[in-house]
Design a binder for this molecule. Structure first.
Ligand SMILES: [Zn+2]
Length: 235
């Protein structure tokens, strides 16, 4: 079932390892087939080295397993809240990557200090509010998803393809699982550069709106012109 999506989601999980974003069995990536309303996600607690496409777990959007003998990642309910709330996303990646998690633990949004950041995030990387004791004691992983959604408010999830969960770590997303893992790597990279920026100049200002908009919208949206147009034939 969903063999191609299983392979894509497995590769996206392995990309987290290749990029040094996860230790041991930390982290998880999922992808969704919107036509079938089914999610493919990493199994819980299986070492990355041993993971095969058939180990991935297929669930519906309520979290019920429909294929696979293993238990899904315990963070599945967070992923499901995001898929249910943001129909434009097709993949979610979660890590405890070092610099992004440091910002999450400091509960500080990452300011947009330059064009590398603006190419991916149109403005700061937000940080969620902390969960209440009741939210932690209850459906903790699902409530983590709700905290993300509350912090996103009316933000376009494709213009802000990730967030820092307070005292926890980053979640990134995108139109598909491969790009979600890519965005998790980029988020770690810009978190690291922002840390260095502040250590060089603790009063460094954010990039101006004109530069931020220029870089973001040359890659995203209807007037994007960066890279090769998808439907353009070679002359
Ligand atoms: Zn986590």
């Amino acid at each position: 079932m969903l063999q191609r999506l299983r392979e894509q989601v497995l590769e996206a999980n392995l990309e987290l390892v290749r990029r040094g974003l996860v230790l041991y069995t930390f982290g998880n990536v999922s992808g969704i087939s919107r036509e079938e309303g089914l999610v493919v996600i990493k199994p819980s607690g299986v070492p990355y080295n041993d993971m095969r496409p058939e180990h991935l777990v297929v669930t519906d959007l309520s979290g019920k397993t429909v294929d696979g003998p293993l238990r899904p990642s315990s963070d599945l309910p967070t992923h499901l809240v995001l898929y249910n709330r943001f129909p434009e996303i097709g993949g979610v990646a979660h890590t405890h990557s070092e610099y992004a998690t440091a910002w999450a633990q400091a509960r500080k949004p990452i300011p947009c200090y330059g064009t590398t950041h603006a190419d991916y995030f149109h403005g700061e990387v937000p940080v969620t509010a902390d969960l209440t004791e009741l939210e932690i004691a209850g459906e903790y992983e699902e409530n983590t998803g709700h905290a993300i959604v509350r912090s996103m408010q009316n933000t376009d999830p494709l213009a802000t393809p990730g967030i820092l969960v307070a005292n926890h770590g980053p979640f990134a997303w995108a139109g598909d699982a491969t790009t979600a893992a890519h965005n998790a790597a980029i988020l770690e990279f810009i978190a690291r550069m922002a840390y260095f920026t502040l250590s060089i100049n603790a009063a460094a200002p954010s990039a101006g709106n004109a530069l931020r908009d220029k870089h973001h919208f040359r890659k995203h949206g209807k007037n994007a012109y960066y890279g090769q147009a998808k439907n353009q034939e070679k002359q």
